[in-house]
Design a protein around this ligand. Structure first.
Ligand code: SAM
Length: 186
C-alpha cells in the first residue's frame, strides 16, 4: 500500500537521522513530531522544537515528559539561527497550518516559513533533509502553498534535490509533502 502523508514524512526523516544527531521540529504543535524526532536522535542527540503558542508547547511537554533531549522554544522558527549557532542539523520537520483543536487564526505563513527554510538549509549537513507537510485546505494555507512552491521550484538543482509527494486524486485539498535534500558538496 502506498505510504500515507504523515508516515511518509516520518520515513523521509528516519532515513537520514542517526543517534546523536541534532534536528529541528519547526512547528511543535502538540508535539507528535517532536516526540518522534526525540526517539530518532536518542539521548545523545538534540531536538530544537519551536512554536509561537505557549499552549502548544505545554501540550508537547506533557506528551514528551519522559524525553530529556528536547529544547522547547517559544518563538518563531524564523529566528532559528538565534538558537542554533554551533551545531549542524541533520533534519527538520515542518507541519504547516494551525494547532489542531486550537486557534485557527494562528497559522504558519510563508513570511516566516520561507526565511526559516533558508536559515535551516544553511545549518543543514550535506545529505540532510527538510521535510514540510503542506496543508492547503484553508485560505492562509493556499497562499502559503503557492508561495512555497513558487520559491522552491526556483532553487538551483546544484544545491538541493526537492521532492513533492502528493496523492493527486484525493478530495478536499489533501496535504502533500515537500522534501528538500541538501546536495553533498553544495
Ligand atoms: N506537528 C504538530 C503536532 O505534532 O501536533 C502539529 C503542528 S500544527 C499543524 C502547526 C503549528 O505551527 C501550530 O501549533 C502553530 O502555533 C505553529 N506555528 C505557527 N506559526 C509559527 C512560527 N512562525 N514558528 C513556529 N511555529 C509556528
Amino acid at each position: 500500500m502506498l505510504r500515507r502523508i504523515l508516515p511518509q514524512a516520518k520515513q523521509l526523516a528516519e532515513e537520514v537521522i542517526q543517534l546523536g544527531d541534532t534536528v529541528v521540529d519547526a512547528t511543535c504543535g502538540n508535539g507528535h513530531d517532536t516526540k518522534f524526532l526525540s526517539e530518532c536522535t536518542g539521548e545523545t542527540g538534540k531536538v530544537y522544537s519551536f512554536d509561537v503558542q505557549a499552549q502548544a508547547l505545554d501540550n508537547a511537554r506533557a506528551l514528551c515528559e519522559s524525553k530529556n533531549n528536547i529544547e522547547f522554544i517559544l518563538d518563531s522558527h524564523a529566528f532559528v539561527d538565534s538558537y542554533i549557532k554551533d551545531a549542524s542539523v541533520k533534519a527538520a520537520m515542518f507541519n504547516l497550518g494551525y494547532l489542531p483543536k486550537g486557534d485557527h487564526t494562528i497559522t504558519t505563513s510563508h513570511d516566516s516559513t520561507l526565511p526559516a527554510i533558508d536559515k535551516i538549509f544553511n545549518l543543514l549537513d550535506d545529505g540532510g533533509r527538510i521535510i514540510i507537510v503542506v496543508y492547503h485546505g484553508h485560505p492562509a494555507g493556499k497562499i502559503e502553498k503557492d508561495a512555497l512552491l513558487d520559491a522552491l521550484s526556483k532553487w538551483p538543482q546544484k544545491e538541493a534535490q526537492i521532492l513533492k509527494y502528493q496523492f493527486i486524486n484525493q478530495k478536499n485539498d489533501a496535504p502533500f509533502i515537500i522534501c528538500i535534500e541538501k546536495n553533498r558538496n553544495a
